[in-house]
Design a protein. Sequence first.
Length: 566
Amino acid sequence: MSSPEESSSSHFIRTIIAEDVQAGKHDGKVITRFPPEPNGYLHIGNAKAFCINFGMAEEFGGPCHLRFDDTNPVKEEQEFIDAIKEDIGWMGFVWGQHEYYASDYFEQLYQWAVQLIKDGKAYVDDLSAEEIREYRGTLTQPGKNSPFRDRGMEENLDLFKRMRDGEFPDGAHVLRAKIDMASGNMNMRDPVMYRILHQTHPRTGDAWCIYPTYDFTHGQSDSLEGITHSLCSLEFEDHRPLYDWFIAQLGIFPSRQYEFARLNITYTTLSKRYLRQLVEGGHVSGWDDPRLPTLRGMRRRGYTPQSIRIFIERVGVAKRENVIEVSLLEHCLREDLNKRAPRVMAVLRPLRVVLINYPEDKEEELEGINNPEDPSAGTRNVPFSRVLYIERDDFREEAPRKFFRLAPGREVRLRYGYFITCVEVVKDESSGEVIELRCTYDPETRGGSSPDGRKVKGTIHWVSAQHALEAEARLYDRLFISESPEKTEPGKNFTDNLNPDSLEIVSCQVEPSLAEAAPGSIYQFERLGYFCVDSVDSEKDKLVFNRAVPLRDSWKKIERQASRKK
């Protein structure tokens, strides 16, 4: 596991850009870009990429372009374009007028392809996709030339034009760069530049039936936009020689690509293919399922843009692949929400408590602190009455050692309230389950202190049964039980690593101040964790809360116990 620096210390990309600016390269300009393919929703790994690109541009006073790599109409939809823009904006980044699409450059890319054909650097190939793979060779064996590699320029130009005009079916021809079939870099073995796809494009409609590949689009799009520093993740490192080759052959603006390690997090998959399997296989409720690392899912769960950006900054920018503990992400969320989330009281698993010496017709309001970390948040009134709900886990009929909460004959403090003592336990006659506690309260201890100076070790939260609101709480946990969910034993699928207890739904009781809680608002349920009002299913008459994160990392304890057993 990596141990990221918990600071905004310099990194190699920042150093490279600073040196370029100081040397006056590109007249000291810094222009970056984020080029998502609009075929799905962004996840936290993508967030690292656009945080770096937008962050570096902002730091050095330049723009960051948002450019959609919309070169595959089979998988791309306007829905994804809209979602990507919404997610990046939610994270706090602005691109203004610098919104671009690779499809804006289709005509120029076509003309550059024609130029490469005329220069003897590209040819039309009739081999099928399977044959191209066979001819390509392996990592240890060189490829071999296509029998169509030496076609004459005129024939290549004619075939390429007819490909554009729609004369051929899908797969009949491709346009390939003529580089080196014996290259040690597989990406340089005559890569495909264009393929035939009779598909309607979300933006260009049916104007095109041939579409450029990513490798032929990316570098030239960067060049057209004058991108000075093309920052991308490490899986594109082997593509850089091809990126540079196209730019050099075309003699265009020399954009330069730099790679950084992508984000890897324990107990998490950031593979788009695996995420799609989880959604389409019904293992989660959708792309915004709060258990997924998609930004939409994380937002619905209760993650804030600030917590994600803090996490990415602390992870840092490295050259080598590493794996980050998910506990760091959860810590960043706790740290952020501790400052901003109002405190309220809620009971997830209610146990009825009757204060037998409290007047039946009496009600009062106690003062609760909204956030001790933020004095400006002020206080609120919390109703109190004879019948309360407490957390079932806060009572033990036979209390173990170091259990300082409620038990027969034991006195505890109610948060913001009184000292109470359990004097009787009522059970269900058939099951033996505890269904009610009868307690006495000390009227002299209002506010949680005793005039005679006696001390109690336990403080528990509660809600007034008469005033409480019924709500649904969704207790989300990690989606996988395996630290590396993509690694599986032979004959098993990565879905075998799914955590069967990743979601528990309970009916709970919450204090009445939450009656007007807005979707997306986040609260700390005292002693229980941080909860977000669900933005999809919560309504005025149906409060639904998603647990963003517990107050402490319970998995660390579980992992330690499992380690001892081994």
